[in-house]
Design a protein around this ligand. Structure first.
Ligand SMILES: Nc1nc2c(c(=O)[nH]1)N[C@@H](CN(C=O)c1ccc(C(=O)N[C@@H](CCC(=O)O)C(=O)O)cc1)CN2
Ligand SMILES: NCC(=O)N[C@@H]1O[C@H](COP(=O)([O-])[O-])[C@@H](O)[C@H]1O
Length: 206
């Protein structure tokens, strides 16, 4: 990406959008090197979309149930995101698996933040699964999305302790504080430096 042109981020969300908000806030600084050009969701009425609207960022919703097949949804989502010409697509609490069309169109450009230390505790209940297992540390992982569930090559991880008094909510909140910092720092580096992927090793710089 050229030095003086901010990288174009499309962010997909399904819920509260606190990770999106952290990115929107970081993008206020021109030195960050990125701007959020669109926010998409798989459902209406969520705070993540409201955050985008308040920031003046275009939004779109593509619901799986409105399409004749999962493949049709994936294809339409791909076309919609592509129209915004993203340099990086950030899945930030996006609770849908993206498919072959999407991953083929944005190869090595789609990243997801997951609230556990991959490869442990993949899926939709990372904090609950970590608590149930009894691990003493957990955290968050930023990775390049592939066709599996939370199996992509790892860009960054942040570690947090599990406290004796934790329930799922308190643990997830502690993870989310570390997750937002990790996301902002590493998406910024991707925007400014790019990444190169060799096998499962990811390095900044192209
Ligand atoms: N191809 C990929 N897509 C996504 C990944 C990924 O690793 N590969 N990560 C997810 C986020 N994720 C957890 O980290 C995750 C999200 C959703 C699901 C899931 O089974 N979703 C169901 C619907 C559930 C719902 O709507 O609440 C579905 O997709 O039908 C598993 C893991 C982002 N996408
Ligand atoms: N499997 C996906 C998953 O669990 N994603 C998690 O949902 C939260 C969304 O928070 P936010 O909407 O406030 O950014 C984040 O902790 C994210 O990692």
């Amino acid at each position: 990406m050229p030095d003086n042109v901010p990288a174009r981020l499309v962010v997909l969300v399904s819920g509260a959008g606190t990770n999106l908000q952290a990115l929107l806030d970081a993008c206020e600084d021109p030195a960050y090197g990125a701007k959020v050009v669109a926010v998409g969701a798989d459902r209406e009425g969520i705070e993540g979309l409201a955050r985008a609207e308040r920031a003046g960022v275009p939004t779109f919703v593509r619901k799986v149930g409105d399409f004749t097949s999962r493949e049709h949804w994936d294809h339409t989502l791909t076309d919609t995101v592509a129209a915004f010409e993203p340099d990086v697509v950030v899945l930030a609490g996006f609770m849908k698996l993206v498919g072959a069309d999407f991953l083929g169109r944005f190869e090595n450009k789609v990243v997801n933040t997951h609230p556990a230390l991959c490869p442990s505790f993949p899926g939709v209940s990372g904090p609950a699964d970590a608590l149930e297992y009894g691990v003493k540390v957990t955290g968050a992982t930023l990775f390049v999305v592939d066709a599996g569930v939370d199996t992509g090559v790892i860009i960054a991880q942040a570690v947090v302790p599990v406290e004796d008094a934790d329930d799922v909510e308190s643990l997830h909140e502690r993870i989310k504080v570390a997750e937002r910092e990790m996301l902002v720092e590493n998406v910024g580096r991707m925007a400014r430096e790019g990444i190169s992927v060799t096998g499962r090793r990811v390095r900044f710089g192209s």
